[in-house]
Ligand binder design. Structure first.
Ligand SMILES: [Zn+2]
Length: 224
């Protein structure tokens, strides 16, 4: 079955719903959220915080608060991977609304350690990245980056300790040589996870890494 037929089949089985109010949306709805609910997800304005985690300017679709935060909790801890489809779609729409020049060669999601993957059954960052890449027509690579060390949750750790916690936690493959990569995760707070992934990719020869997360968290929130 070709991919568009398969997509059509899936959308019959799982029609697109606004995750906040459950209104049914057309399968090609660009934002993935109905108009009133979209108002609950204000865009992150880059000038609100001067934090640039990686060397390039990082991107965040929303602020980690209210409905945006609640969606992450549902996606990560309440076994509702379907909400990620709308979240990835909104990430694409917000990406398109900015003038960002040539897109990445590859979209890569922050990986989970296999033990956490088995426990959750899916990688929430991968769900966001897949929908985002599909909407944007960007290529995605699921195997280029691996998490080789299971690390404790970052919540409650200081910036320094978050970084130490992630030391040598990721390994990249040489397929990233010369690539401009957009690295996707759910939430960035201090950016320690994005930084650790970026270092692993640059070490193997990636040309440029930009981070893009669903939300920008404030310190003490549950992102990394
Ligand atoms: Zn809605």
């Amino acid at each position: 079955m070709d991919i568009s037929l398969w997509d059509a089949f899936l959308s019959l089985l799982y029609p697109l719903q606004c995750p906040l109010c459950r209104t049914l949306l057309p399968a090609d709805h660009p934002a993935g959220f109905c108009a009133p609910c979209l108002l609950e997800l204000p865009a992150f304005h880059q000038d609100e915080m001067s934090l640039s985690i990686l060397e390039s300017t990082d991107l965040f679709a929303t602020v980690y608060a209210g409905s945006s935060r609640r969606l992450v909790q549902r996606l990560k801890y309440e076994a509702q991977p379907w909400v990620g489809r709308s979240m990835g779609r909104l990430m694409a729409r917000r990406y398109q609304s900015r003038d960002l020049g040539p897109g990445p060669n590859l979209v890569v999601s922050v990986p989970l350690h296999p033990s956490r993957y088995r426990h959750r059954g899916y990688n929430q960052a991968e769900i966001l990245a897949k929908e985002f890449a599909k909407q944007m027509g960007f290529q995605m690579h699921g195997q280029i980056l691996q998490r080789i060390r299971a690390t404790p949750h970052q919540v409650g750790l200081s910036q320094d300790n978050r970084q130490k916690n992630l030391l040598k936690a990721f390994r990249a493959s040489t397929e990233c040589v010369g690539m401009r990569i957009l690295l996707v995760d759910d939430v960035a707070t201090t950016g320690a996870t994005l930084k650790a992934c970026s270092e692993a990719l640059l070490e193997k020869g990636a040309r440029e890494i930009t981070g893009y997360t669903w939300a920008k968290g404030l310190l003490r929130s549950s992102g990394t």
